[in-house]
Structure formats: structure tokens, C-alpha cells
Design a binder for this molecule. Structure first.
Ligand code: FE2
Length: 300
């Protein structure tokens, strides 16, 4: 087995999105800065209501999936097809936008801490125009695996290897084969996972300190940064003296051209133009073939 080395570090940058929500963006912070199949990772975490209270009013998506993982706080999702979902602490919404969704994501709290992540995962060409679908996953449905000295892994997608064997999470897809693991590591704990050598892998550290790589060549990943791992079929992550919390994200690359215009991610410019045209003319996504309301230009 070959343990993956730390290949590069992508520090997150502070930015705002939606109606002024403050967040930190790593993957996707600049045009073209993807880690196929991942298009974007946003981390939000603040105790100041003014930093999140305006939320993300109605906006479209086409051509990819969004995964929202709440750690603290309460967010409500509503879309143009009538789907409503509440996300509380530990809950996940896995949304396959497919040919299109127009939705809002609004905080349901006026005080207290809001903390979590949103990950965008690309869809292959053959699946970009699928009808939109959801998985609202309650925190209680997410298996927890024990791994190394009292450490815990929440398995949202893919699988994790723990003391009692391999545990599968609630989300599995054949094309991008995503792994979405939330690691809570105790002091100096070592967590080892196996992974398909064909996957792209990164670790996002959001609390404490970690080192990754084979024992003799471990390297630190800075806080609020994505550590992108190189080739191999094993991952080793060691926490520092104060423990650590980190996301471990992996997926099979699609190796397709990516053309992005804000919330539309397609393979060609013509498909992007079609998405804008569909959105503006009210022909955007509807599983019943009904027209949606005419919309202004998408907020980018
Ligand atoms: Fe959205």
C-alpha cells in the first residue's frame, strides 16, 4: 500500500455570497480552481447574526450537486418545486440540481452560532440534465465510526474503516463515487483509511492541528485550508496535541471539460447560454414540464 503524501495546500479566502453571508472558500475560489469532481468548498462559521442573517435568497443551480452540512445552527431550504427542508445541527442536504433548481437557503435563527459547509460536486455530461432530486439526511442517519484512540468519523458519503470494520454512509453514487467524512480526532490520534488510487482526495482542517502522509514524511495542513493529497491508496492523518476536526473529501474525477457561469456548470459555452436563456425565459427546470416564473439575471 502507498500512503498519500501532501501534494499542495490551498488556503481558504474570506468572501461573501448570497445576500452577504460571510464564508471562507478554498476549492473554487478562483475561476478554474477545481479539484475534479469538486467545484467548490465553502466553510461558514460565525457567532455574529449580521454575518449570516440575510442568507441565500432565491437563486438557480444547474449541472451539479450541492451538499450542505450543518454543524451548528438551523437553515431552511425551499425550492420552486415546493420542496422544503430543515437543516439542524449534524444534518445534511444532498441536492442533485440536475437540469435545474431555483431555491433559497435561509437561516432560521436570529442569534447564536451558525457553522457548516457547502460542497459542490460536478455531474457527468450524461447526468447534468436529470430531474432535480434531494436527500435530506437527519443527523441520526449518519453512521459514526470509531477510529484510533477515541476518535470518531461521521460517514456522510462513501465509507470509513473503523475498529469494527467498514461502514458505508447514506450517500453513494456510481459516477463520482464521493467520500464525505467528518473527522473528530482526539489528542495525537492516528486515523488510517484506504481509498481508491484513482480518486482525488483533500482534507479540510477546521479545528486543531493535523499532519498527513506516511509516518516518516508527515506534513502539516494549516487551519482553514485544503490539503490536497498525491497518489496512493492509503490516507494517514495524525492529530496534534489539541486534537482536530477536519473533513476528508474524495471523489472520482470526471475528466470532462468544465464551463462555469456562476451557479451553472456545464461542458460547453452553448450549454451555459442555454441555461441562462432557460432561466431568463421561465423555461428552467420543472419535473412536470410546467414553466417557472420569468427570472431576472442570475446572481453570480
Ligand atoms: Fe444554492
Amino acid at each position: 500500500m502507498q500512503t498519500r503524501l501532501l501534494q499542495s495546500i490551498l488556503p481558504s479566502v474570506a468572501t461573501t455570497d448570497g445576500a452577504g453571508v460571510k464564508l471562507r472558500r478554498s476549492i473554487g475560489q478562483k475561476p478554474g480552481l477545481y479539484l475534479d469532481p469538486f467545484l467548490m468548498l465553502d466553510a461558514f462559521g460565525t457567532e455574529k447574526p449580521e454575518d449570516y442573517i440575510q442568507g441565500f435568497p432565491a437563486h438557480p443551480h444547474r449541472g451539479f450537486e450541492t451538499v450542505t452540512y450543518m454543524i451548528e445552527g438551523h437553515m431552511r431550504h425551499e425550492d420552486h418545486l415546493g420542496h422544503v427542508g430543515d437543516l439542524g445541527p449534524g444534518d445534511v442536504q444532498w441536492m442533485t440540481a440536475g437540469r435545474g433548481i431555483i431555491h433559497s437557503e435561509m437561516p432560521m435563527q436570529t442569534e447564536g452560532r451558525m457553522r457548516g459547509f457547502q460542497l459542490w460536486i460536478n455531474l457527468p455530461n450524461a447526468r447534468k440534465m436529470d430531474p432535480p432530486s434531494y436527500r435530506d439526511i437527519d443527523s441520526s442517519e449518519i453512521p459514526v465510526v470509531e477510529c484510533g484512540e477515541g476518535s470518531r468519523i461521521r460517514v456522510i458519503a462513501g465509507y470509513a474503516d473503523g475498529h469494527k470494520g467498514r461502514v458505508q454512509g447514506p450517500i453513494a453514487r456510481a459516477d463520482t463515487q464521493p467520500f464525505f467524512l467528518d473527522l473528530e480526532l482526539t489528542r495525537e490520534a492516528l486515523c488510517t483509511q484506504t481509498i481508491d488510487p484513482g480518486h482525488h482526495v483533500f482534507v479540510y482542517l477546521y479545528e486543531g492541528t493535523i499532519e498527513v502522509g506516511p509516518q516518516s514524511q508527515m506534513q502539516s495542513v494549516p487551519i482553514d485550508s485544503a490539503g490536497i493529497l498525491g497518489a496512493g491508496d492509503r490516507i494517514e492523518i495524525k492529530a496534534g496535541v489539541n486534537g482536530a476536526r477536519a473533513l476528508l473529501l474524495a471523489g472520482h474525477p470526471l475528466n470532462e471539460p468544465i464551463v462555469q457561469y456562476g451557479p451553472f456548470v456545464m461542458n460547453t459555452r452553448a450549454e451555459i447560454e442555454r441555461a441562462i436563456q432557460d432561466y431568463q425565459s421561465g423555461q428552467f427546470a420543472n419535473t412536470n414540464g410546467e414553466q417557472t416564473r420569468k427570472q431576472p439575471s442570475p446572481t453570480l
